[in-house]
Unconditional design. Structure first.
Length: 399
């Protein structure tokens, strides 16, 4: 996947089989793994991606110094509950005020780290789809769209500062330009007409507005409105966004087949797809965005305490360890954490061998317990260091 130590890559992909499937599907739609690139191209991508290379599954096009991404203001797991008329905590939604109070819980940690990849680019731009989600929720809940849009814009504005702190922590101090869809709806409609013409089909679904953001027309629109200086951009987001955009039934698959990212009309639109956040809760659901807020967050102090307790009570296998999943999802930029995960991986292999050796016919129970205690204590020391960094990151981002 990437030319880094195999132990990190193997541990990263072992968290869930679905992540390996993402790599396969990315190749099927024309993206490339970094290891496939010629040496010069690899070096250019390696330098631009910075620490994000430790999570990047596939790329297409050429590196660009302007990085763009987007924040889904309400994630899938939450949206499923909300559009059914209930808050994630099970309460029935009675009015806009009640929904607005719940929205004060956002953004979630996974929303922040998946909004845009913290590359080594000089410029960052994040789009907030406040008007898209306001319309969706207003239609489903029979509520005032303008009121909801104001609430969602508030979430966007609060998220912007957290995203800046995230990029600073994971990459370098950077200014992030914010774009709210509610401010550019007229331009989006105009450019949707162009995309419909170029796609040879009528694109009139709300989801097609998101499709627009994965084509060369998006940076052209942003440049026309004065948000960007150049149409040459790198879209850095979770890899499944590109896979889903390409495979969407009523989307732009034909257009992308003719103009793949980095080629044709999309020649200046490059992409870098990285792994999404993994669920730390051992639910069997690898993508955290499909789980609702009440399951994933609750109180952040409670979350870190529970995560550490679960991780240390049963360190192995690492693929099920919540702190290892946190390291992969949120702390991959830290060399110290990467080294600790590598040490844990070596310990796990040694533990498996020692456990086999300890299973002799005489005193096997005592020997096995000693082995568990020995390798468990060594793992806990490393896990505690990861937990400290995770706690520091949460405090840095959310206070």
């Amino acid at each position: 996947m990437i030319r880094t130590k195999d132990v990190w890559t193997d541990t990263l992909l072992s968290v869930d089989q679905r992540f390996q499937n993402y790599a396969k599907k990315a190749l099927e739609i024309g993206l490339q793994t970094l290891s496939e690139l010629p040496e010069k191209e690899f070096s250019n991508w390696y330098n631009l991606l910075g620490n994000l290379r430790y999570k990047t599954l596939a790329v297409a096009g050429s590196p660009a110094d302007t990085c763009i991404g987007g924040l889904c203001i309400v994630y899938t797991g939450d949206l499923t509950k909300l559009t059914s008329g209930y808050l994630p905590n099970g309460q029935k939604i009675e009015n806009e005020e009640q929904l607005g109070k719940w929205l004060e819980n956002l953004p979630r940690l996974d929303q922040i780290v998946e909004s845009i990849g913290p590359t080594a680019a000089s410029n960052y731009m994040v789009v907030y789809e406040d008007s898209f989600f306001a319309k969706l929720l207003a239609d489903k809940l029979n509520m005032n769209q303008d009121v909801l849009q104001g609430m969602l814009k508030g979430v966007s504005e609060r998220s912007s500062g957290i995203i800046e702190r995230w990029i600073t922590a994971a990459a370098q101090p950077s200014k992030v330009t914010s774009v709210h869809t509610s401010d550019i709806e007229d331009a989006i409609r105009d450019y949707m007409a162009i995309l419909s013409m170029e796609s040879g089909r009528t694109l009139d679904r709300d989801s097609n507005k998101v499709d627009l953001m994965y084509t060369y027309l998006w940076p052209r629109l942003l440049k026309e409105l004065g948000y960007l200086e150049s149409e040459e951009v790198l879209c850095s987001e979770p890899v499944q966004h590109f896979i889903e955009t390409f495979n969407q039934l009523y989307g732009i698959q034909e257009f992308l087949t003719r103009n793949p990212w980095g080629n044709g009309k999309n020649n200046e639109f490059s992409v870098a797809g990285f792994l999404p956040s993994a669920s730390m809760n051992g639910s069997g659901n690898s993508r955290l965005d499909t789980l609702d807020y009440s399951f994933t967050s609750r109180n952040r102090r409670f979350q870190i305490i529970k995560t550490v307790k679960d991780a240390c009570s049963k360190p192995y296998p690492l693929s099920d360890n919540p702190l290892v999943k946190a390291a992969i999802s949120y702390l991959y930029f830290s060399e110290k954490t990467r080294n600790n995960v590598e040490k844990l991986s070596i310990l796990e292999k040694e533990y498996r061998k020692a456990k086999t050796d300890a299973n002799g016919p005489i005193c096997s129970i005592v020997s096995a317990q000693k082995t568990r205690n020995l390798y468990g204590s060594m793992a806990i020391e490393l896990l505690e260091e990861i937990a400290t960094e995770f706690d520091m990151l949460l405090n840095n981002l959310f206070g």
